[in-house]
Design a protein around this ligand. Structure first.
Ligand code: LHQ
Length: 267
């Protein structure tokens, strides 16, 4: 199995590419994968590695051990050389969320356990989430006198609606995997032992679809939040023109007419 350690000196993040699927695993299970400077650097490096590697068609983001990610490592914040909060967020968190959003391949979050604070934000920034039965989402920021960051205030209302977002953000109650599925935040909840295979199966489905069309769709869905209907309609027309000129569109049509599965190349 080809395995690449993605970041300089990084022993807290695993990056593996197998059969067109990159799996990024936050790997500090003893601290519930709380985000340290090296882990954030590793995650950004892994996302950049995916961006460079055209053989990757879908990404799975998950955590090692019993948690997905407990957010910022709070012990690290006590170190004398810790960056000011605004700088930490701007320089180390925001680039990760921007890279997830800009990545022209879909990201499947395999939410294996608790996703708290910025860990919940990372889950929200995935394109699709699948959760283990025991997983939960906690906007833990308020409990320590902070505000939701790393995109939580942008993604959460869009994912679950403004009322539920306000409740989760202000009260900080944990949202169970089952409730997350009810609110549409996760696509499916599965037993913990089935999560990795399920996430991989969804990523494999995505990897078999037309890459350019998926990339254009991901961008269009995000852009739709910022524009009115007329602009969205025009944007769709433009994107359809681009997608329609690809070899993959011709292949999709041919496969349909020949009653066979398509073989998309990304051309
Ligand atoms: C941890 C952590 C953790 C360190 C568990 N850090 N060790 C951005 C920019 C800059 C600064 C500030 O923040 C941000 C954004 C944020 O992310 S703010 C929110 C930060 N996260 C939190 O406030 C969550 C803190 N953790 C928890 O509330 C609980 O650990 C949860 C609910 C996640 C899980 O609870 P339990 O299942 O009961 O586990 P536990 O609390 O016993 O934790 C297990 C170990 O993991 C424990 O270590 P120990 O050595 O005592 O066994 C914890 O200290 C450690 N851990 N979260 N964020």
């Amino acid at each position: 199995m080809p395995t690449e350690r993605s970041a300089p000196g990084n022993d807290v993040l695993r990056y593996e590419v197998v059969d067109a699927i990159a799996t990024i695993t936050l790997d500090r299970p003893e601290a519930l994968n709380a985000l340290t400077v090296p882990l954030k650097a590793g995650l950004l490096a892994a996302l950049r590695a995916v961006a460079r590697d055209r053989s990757v068609r879908a990404v799975v983001l998950t955590g090692a051990g019993r948690a997905f990610c407990a957010g910022q490592d709070l012990k690290e914040r006590l170190e004398p050389d810790a960056a000011p909060l605004a700088v930490e967020v701007r320089d180390r968190y925001n680039p990760i969320v921007s890279a997830m959003r800009a990545l022209d391949r879909p990201i499947v979050g395999a939410i294996n356990g608790v996703a708290a604070g910025a860990g919940a934000s990372l889950a929200f920034a995935c394109d699709i989430r699948i959760a283990a039965e025991g997983a939960s989402f906690v906007l833990a920021f308020g409990r320590i006198g902070l505000v939701p960051d790393s995109g939580a205030t942008w993604y959460l209302p869009r994912l679950v609606g403004p009322a539920k977002a306000a409740e989760l953000a202000l009260l900080g109650d944990a949202l169970s995997a089952a409730d997350a599925e009810r609110f549409g935040l996760v696509m499916r909840v599965v037993p913990a032992e089935a999560l990795a295979a399920e996430a991989r199966a969804v990523a494999t489905r995505l990897a078999g679809l037309a890459p350019r069309a998926l990339a254009l769709t991901k961008q269009a869905l995000q852009r739709s939040w910022a524009v009115d209907l007329d602009a969205a309609l025009e944007d769709e027309a433009l994107r359809q023109g681009i997608a329609g000129a690809t070899a993959d569109h011709a292949e999709g049509l041919a496969a349909f007419l020949e009653k066979r599965p398509p073989r998309f190349t990304g051309e």
